[in-house]
Design a protein around this ligand. Structure first.
Ligand SMILES: Nc1nc2c(ncn2[C@@H]2O[C@H](COP(=O)(O)OP(=O)(O)OP(=O)(O)O)[C@@H](O)[C@H]2O)c(=O)[nH]1
Ligand SMILES: [Mg+2]
Length: 222
């Protein structure tokens, strides 16, 4: 999360790691390629190992660089879990609105995510393939309800039609940015408070420097 503005092309204020998770075939890799390259592939292959891509956005006047990690939803292709999640500050948990089983597995993904990440991580539940309206197997209401129950943000997207893809990523990034800026303000407040008025009940250390007392001819220095 370092600020880096030393010049050159790659300038940013914050670097945030996001992870994509969810069952195989829900469209994680296409959401990533839509967001970072504006590309979509109808015949994309299952991801093997880990891939990542980046894109920088301007959020509240700051340049936020998102480093987005993508791995296979299929168990046998998955990369080592703890390394995948390490340092992630946001997650997009994706299901396919045309396949009920991918929605039912959301709870399992959420558990894995919670087991491996900081409790403050920003998580958005994504119902992808919203363009396939005639094949709908998970209603918007079901998605919303689960998101509310699990305290997640929620959005329906289509990587194919590019609907809500940029919105989903930028909303996650802007929530993370809000949390980070709030923490910075709190830290600044703490510093300010510590250097001014003592709080109630606080012990004030009136220096145990003997020279202060000696000036007044008080006390023995031995
Ligand atoms: N109609 C439609 N198809 C999509 C959409 N997003 C992805 N697909 C298709 O769904 C299939 C799987 O997409 P991927 O992006 O490879 O899925 P994945 O989640 O990365 O899968 P794994 O890497 O195996 O975990 C591909 O055939 C995509 O073209 C979408 O929004 N609408
Ligand atoms: Mg993939």
């Amino acid at each position: 999360m370092a600020g880096y503005r030393a010049g050159g092309e790659d300038e940013y204020d914050y670097l945030f790691k996001l992870v994509l998770i969810g069952d195989s075939g829900v469209g994680k890799s296409n959401l990533l390629s839509r967001f970072t390259k504006n590309e979509f592939n109808l015949e994309s292959k299952s991801t093997i190992g880990v891939e990542f891509a980046t894109r920088s956005l301007d959020i509240d006047g700051k340049i936020i660089k998102a480093q987005i990690w993508d791995t296979a939803g299929q168990e046998r292709y998955r990369a080592i879990t703890s390394a995948y999640y390490r340092g992630a500050v946001g997650a997009l948990l994706v299901y396919d609105v045309t396949r009920r089983s991918t929605f039912e597995n959301v709870i399992r993904w959420l558990k894995e995510l919670r087991d491996h990440t900081d409790p403050n991580i920003v998580v958005m539940l994504i119902g992808n393939k919203s363009d396939l309206r005639h094949l709908l197997a998970v209603s918007t209401e079901d998605g919303k309800e689960l998101a509310e129950r699990e305290s997640l943000y929620f959005m329906e997207t289509s990587a194919l039609e590019a609907t809500n893809v940029a919105n989903a990523f930028s909303e996650v990034l802007s929530h993370i940015h809000m949390i980070v800026s709030r923490k910075a303000v709190e830290a600044a407040d703490e510093v300010a408070t510590a250097s001014s008025v003592p709080s109630v009940g606080e012990t004030i250390n009136i220096r145990d420097d003997a020279s202060t007392w000696k000036k007044f001819g008080c006390c023995s220095s031995s």
